[in-house]
Design a protein around this ligand. Structure first.
Ligand SMILES: *Cc1c(COP(=O)(O)O)cnc(C)c1O
Length: 392
């Protein structure tokens, strides 16, 4: 590793951290975000009511929702708010077309089936974007389809799906679009009015750089108002959560007070960084430095550059027999860099996230560590191709 890069010192900049999380979440957060959790909040008290109101107001603004949209927070991990949005917005006799090119699209299908909602699956390869023409055919061919569900950045591979084209087709055929923007919101432009969509969800612990414990939905007010009684679940009923919040300023059931306090600080830091443009710009730079550096070492990315998001990047495992993911992972972790295993059915891969409180010099530090680890493992060739000799 370069003499002037000290991972302990750099990671320590973000709190008591000894390492960087180069993952899709939980991810590295700032010192101030963690410090915001150093007090207890009464869920009934005015300070926490004000804090919740600030979160909801800021997130509607960030999503470009104006007065037509409202924000409803939800306790739990990201999946809880995805399930809550689907269960609340899709009526029990609704029919949802789900675009799938990875594990999170698959999870939407599974969620709808568990809830007993009818769904139609529109699948493309994990290494490809959604098929907009196939969606249009499905909407023309089946008038019972009431909703379309899509994942913006499919974190399984890091592919960025063509959300604008999807929303254009969905709107033209008069259906309702629901978006899982979990891993893209706050880093990539998304405007719920311009898109348009009826609902969008994300969590406190992805690009907004808060801590885990809560998610949020930004929903069209008129559609939400009409959704009373849709939900299959009491705790995951966003209509009920919203009505209670409107009436009292309070959450139904125990709120994740510390997570919410951290989120307020994270939202302020996001604004101070220059909003979506500033944050997205930093991630894009992290991503560029990572991909250029890994390619220089010999690694190949799974996706072509045109469909790759700056959020998380999938690399194909080297073909060199001395390479094993576990050893590579362990030795990188020992040096302070935690990467992520692959989640693809197609090829052996690993993933590196470029989101969270990371800067270009941390990516450069990671690249130095990768070179050291490959040398230690005696991996000479990081490329995924089989080296063929003239004799073969
Ligand atoms: C992270 C993520 C989720 C939610 O995952 P949890 O583990 O429940 O927080 C959902 N969709 C996408 C696209 C994600 O990246």
């Amino acid at each position: 590793m370069s003499a002037d890069y000290n991972v302990l010192e750099r990671a320590g900049r973000t709190g008591e951290n000894h390492e960087f999380l180069l993952t899709p979440g939980p991810l590295t957060t700032s010192k101030k975000v963690k410090a915001a959790m150093q007090r207890d909040w009464g869920s009934w008290d005015q300070p926490f009511i004000d804090l919740t109101a600030e979160i909801c107001r800021s997130l509607v603004d960030l999503a470009g929702g104006g007065s037509e949209f409202v924000c409803v927070p939800m306790q739990g991990s990201g999946t809880f708010v995805v399930e809550a949005m689907l269960g609340t917005m899709v009526p029990r006799d609704g029919h949802c077309a789900v675009l799938v090119n990875g594990a999170y699209g698959d999870r939407i299908v599974k969620t709808l089936r568990v809830m007993g909602r009818r769904c139609t699956v529109l699948k493309t390869a994990e290494t490809d974007v959604y098929d907009v023409a196939a969606l249009e055919q499905a909407l023309i061919g089946d008038k019972t389809i009431s909703h379309v569900a899509a994942v913006h950045c499919e974190t399984t591979s890091g592919v960025l799906n063509p959300l604008t084209a999807i929303s254009e087709v969905t709107a033209r055929h008069g259906r309702s679009l629901l978006v899982d923007a979990m891993s893209s919101f706050a880093a990539l432009p998304l405007n719920v009015c311009d898109l348009p969509c009826d609902g969008m969800v994300s969590s406190a612990n992805k690009c907004i750089q808060g801590v885990p414990g809560m998610g949020f939905a930004v929903l069209r007010r008129s559609t939400l108002e009409a959704s009373a009684g849709n939900a299959h679940s009491l705790s995951l009923d966003l209509h009920d959560q919203w009505v209670y919040l409107e009436k009292s300023g309070r959450w139904r059931f125990t709120p994740p007070t510390h997570s919410a306090a951290a989120l307020v600080e994270a939202i302020r830091e996001h604004a101070a960084e220059g909003g979506v443009e500033g944050r997205g710009g930093r991630y894009a730079q992290n991503h560029r430095v990572l991909v250029d550096g890994m390619r220089a070492i010999g690694f190949e990315t799974l996706l072509s550059d045109e469909i790759q998001s700056p959020i998380i990047t999938t690399f194909i495992e080297p073909n060199d027999p001395n390479f094993t993911f576990q050893a590579f992972y362990d030795l990188l972790a020992k040096r302070g860099f935690v990467i992520y295993p692959g989640k693809l059915t197609a090829a052996p891969t690993f993933r590196v996230g470029t989101i969270g409180a990371l800067e270009e010099q941390d990516i450069t530090g990671l690249l130095c560590a990768v070179r050291e680890v490959l040398a230690e493992l005696n991996v000479r060739d990081a490329s995924p191709r089989r080296t063929t000799t003239a004799a073969e």
